[in-house]
Design a protein around this ligand. Structure first.
Ligand code: IPM
Ligand code: MG
Length: 362
């Protein structure tokens, strides 16, 4: 089949990791007889440097014209990069928020899995990590505090800032449906995370999630307050299957969940709308401190490309092939610097990509 993929290499380590993911996709296309048509799109700092803005209308149109978008990472070091001297709506992150909104990518899937080969990297005690864990954070991505009205004013010489957390029931319902649909295919448990003891938006969240749950009698629903969830993630991560939550809570909890795996360089993500279209990117950031050194871990981006094959193209066999190649390389002891441990073989970003390419259809 023909796969139209738009690529956003972005900033920092973005170009290196996207290059490796493309190598892997090209090998998949060659073995399984697909044709990939890539278009390159500028976003974030790379777009600011050329166009003065982090996302152009043309970039959004090019993404829309593709079947899926593969992204590296955007942003730089805010303490030194000139991008952060610009007003907030012109900084690299505004490009990412802009494309999420423009393409209606309301469902952000962030799996956090403890790979048995990497269990040594898990910062938790072995009696906790020994149980293993495999959870998926389903984060609402186009509403809440990120997109509510905000302003900074001065009243009687006192500076005051306001951010608004808004959700309507339809926004909650559509993400809840995605959460339950995916839980049905996994361990059949949804933990809906909110702050219903304080926030109205959370009380509405809880009641809409309960309505949706009625349509999924085989899926267990539990509610958890976000502060408790932050604690449970380090106390007993094995209890979770799908964590369903709003935008800001999901942002925070997904970083925590990825840290608990000990290997954020391994974690993929998908941002989906109501169609098969999706934007796929690693859960980690642009790591400007190691950019251009060929030491970044490309696996999260490569696993994001596998999610793309699975969710946007329904190519499960091909996605399995990529995931199996990753597991084999880990089993054989190959590690990039971020996941290196004693007795393993340290490889560069490029070398890791080469090894995975070799393992596909060998
Ligand atoms: C993420 C990031 C973004 C977010 C930033 C870069 C705007 O932290 O994808 O989790 O907060 O959503
Ligand atoms: Mg984040």
């Amino acid at each position: 089949m023909e796969l139209k993929i738009a690529c956003i290499a972005g900033d920092g380590i973005g170009p290196e990791i996207v290059r490796e993911a493309r190598k892997v996709l090209d090998k998949i296309a060659e073995c399984y007889d697909h044709e990939i048509k890539y278009t390159d799109i500028l976003m974030g700092g790379a777009s600011i440097d050329v166009h003065g803005v982090p996302l152009t209308k043309e970039a959004v149109a090019a993404a829309e014209a593709a079947d899926a978008v593969l992204m590296g990472s955007i942003g730089g070091d805010a303490s030194v990069s000139p991008w952060y001297k610009l007003p907030p709506n012109l900084r690299p992150e505004a490009g990412l928020l802009g494309i999420r909104k423009a393409l209606n990518l309301f469902a952000n899937l962030r799996p956090a899995v403890l790979y048995s080969e990497l269990s040594g990297a898990c910062p938790l005690k072995t009696e906790i990590s020994g149980k293993g864990f495999d959870m998926l954070i389903m984060r609402e991505l186009t509403g809440g505090l990120y997109f509510g009205e905000r302003k900074t004013v001065e009243e009687n010489g006192i500076r005051k800032a306001v951010d608004t957390l808004v959700y309507d029931e339809n926004e909650i319902r559509r993400i809840a449906v995605k959460g339950f649909d995916i839980a049905k295919k996994r361990k059949k448990k949804v933990t809906s995370v909110d702050k219903a003891n304080v926030l109205d938006s959370s009380r509405l969240w809880r009641s809409v999630v309960e309505e949706v749950a009625k349509g999924y009698p085989d899926v267990t629903l539990e509610h958890m307050l976000v502060d408790n969830c932050a604690m449970q993630l380090v106390k007993d991560p094995a209890q979770f299957d799908v964590i369903l939550t709003e935008n800001m809570f999901g942002d925070i909890l997904s970083d925590e969940a990825s840290m608990v795996t000990g290997s954020i360089g391994m974690l993929a993500s998908a941002s989906l709308n109501d169609t098969k279209f999706g934007l796929y990117e690693p859960s980690h950031g642009s790591a400007p401190d190691i950019a251009g050194k060929d030491i970044a871990n490309p696996i999260a981006t490569i696993l994001s490309a596998a999610m793309m094959l699975r969710y946007s193209f329904d190519l499960d066999k091909e996605a399995d092939a990529v995931e199996t190649a990753v597991k084999e390389a880990l089993k054989e002891g190959y590690r990039t610097a971020d996941i290196m441990s004693e007795g393993c073989r340290k490889v560069s970003c490029t070398k890791m990509g080469d090894l995975l390419v070799e393992k596909i259809c060998k």
